[in-house]
Design a protein around this ligand. Structure first.
Ligand code: PHE
Length: 371
């Protein structure tokens, strides 16, 4: 540290001479004015106001001056530093305002521009209702079972007690596969999944089998060559028709809402004995058969009967159990199956089968946007 020097001549301290101080101020003001960005201004601040700037260095020299010279030099340098400081602050404010202005323009967001929206698909209503039924049955402890759409003719017919000459075999308009003796068909129903399951598993068996089925129908308002069925099969000790009715009721309530009543009528399927056709109470007229209570006009949904046909069902034929290696004296079983398209068309007033199969997402969207 340098001590006071009594012989010191202030005039010789060049940095403190008025001209030198003025030159430092001029240089600083020029640099500040020339700074066109905040970065440049920062550099100018370091150069002209920082510790090693000419004015800071000059300021340091003041302490070494004799007392008589200190005040004047101090005032000169102080004023000079003050001017530089003010100029810096003013330019800083200017540049910040410019920057804010620029950001407002450059980073402008037009909130009115329509968003680029990627259109979501929707699961088909058939898929939705099948999934809902499957989920509900899985929730009750049933398992999902699936079989191939290209099925062995033997599993689609023979194993279900539909022998080659059985008249019911002709009732189902079958797509056969070339060559004729390939033994393969496009399955006409989901019932071969019953056989596949019984051959593979020991009772107790509780399965729900959804899937595509095929029949040689032309596409028209009520028919389609490819449609969907969902089928349930239970095999256990002591199962009776009461259990079958209970399962059908549970199924129908999931599909059509709580409190939907069912009834069964005698029918015939070679693989169930006894066999039944299941009807459920018409959701439009609630079983009255007329458009409005007491009116003579027939309900259009059920054709005036008050009931809508759901599908086939019955107790698994003993012959079928035995053919699958299950002792019919120990076990009994029930099965039921239905076409999903028809049920959905009725439920939702779908005008024609075309809407069901064309795959237009707007059709699916009406049933909810589950993806
Ligand atoms: N598979 C039969 C059909 O397609 C329906 C059915 C299933 C009947 C289960 C009885 C038991 O018509």
């Amino acid at each position: 540290m340098s001590g006071p020097n009594t012989n010191y001549d202030p005039v010789e301290v060049a940095a403190l001479e008025p001209a030198a101080v003025q030159a430092a101020v001029d240089a600083a003001l020029a640099a500040i004015a020339a700074a066109s960005s905040l970065d440049e201004l920062k550099a100018a601040r370091t150069a002209h106001q920082g510790e090693k700037s000419p004015l800071a260095l000059a300021n340091r020299e003041i302490g070494a001056l004799p007392p008589s010279a200190k005040a004047e030099a101090g005032k000169r340098v102080g004023q000079a530093r003050g001017r530089v400081g003010q100029a810096l602050a003013a330019r800083q404010a200017e540049l910040e305002a410019e920057r804010d202005e620029r950001i407002l323009v450059e980073e402008r967001v037009d909130v009115t521009v329509p968003a680029l929206r990627r259109r979501l698909g929707a699961r088909h209503p058939i898929e939705l209702v099948a999934q809902r039924l499957v989920d509900s049955f899985v929730g009750m402890g049933w398992e999902v079972a699936e079989g191939p759409e290209l099925e062995a003719e033997w599993l689609n017919f023979d194993a279900l007690n539909l022998g080659p000459d059985h008249p019911a075999r002709q009732m189902q308009d079958t797509f056969f596969l070339d060559p004729v003796d390939s033994g393969l068909v496009l399955r006409t129903h989901t019932s071969p999944v019953q056989i596949r399951t019984m051959l593979e598993k020991e009772p107790p068996i509780y399965i729900v089998a959804p899937g595509k089925v095929f029949r040689t129908d032309d596409l028209d308002a009520t028919h389609t060559p490819v449609f969907h069925q969902i089928e349930c099969l239970a095999v256990d000790k002591g199962l009776t028709m009461a259990h079958l009715r209970g399962a059908i009721d549970a199924f129908v309530q999931i599909m059509f809402g709580e409190g939907t009543r069912t009834r069964v009528r005698a029918s015939y399927f070679p693989f169930t004995e006894p066999s039944m056709e299941t009807d459920f109470v018409c959701f439009a007229c609630h079983g009255s058969g007329s458009t409005t209570p007491g009116s003579a006009a027939q309900c259009r949904t059920c054709g005036g009967s008050g009931w809508i046909e759901l599908g086939g069902s019955g107790m698994v034929n003993r012959k079928v159990l035995a053919a699958c290696g299950i002792d019919p004296d120990v076990y009994s079983g029930f099965a039921f199956g239905l076409g999903i398209e028809r049920a959905l068309m009725l439920r939702h007033g779908v005008q024609g089968m075309h809407e069901m199969v064309e795959g237009d997402v707007r059709f699916s969207q009406q049933f909810g946007m589950e993806v």
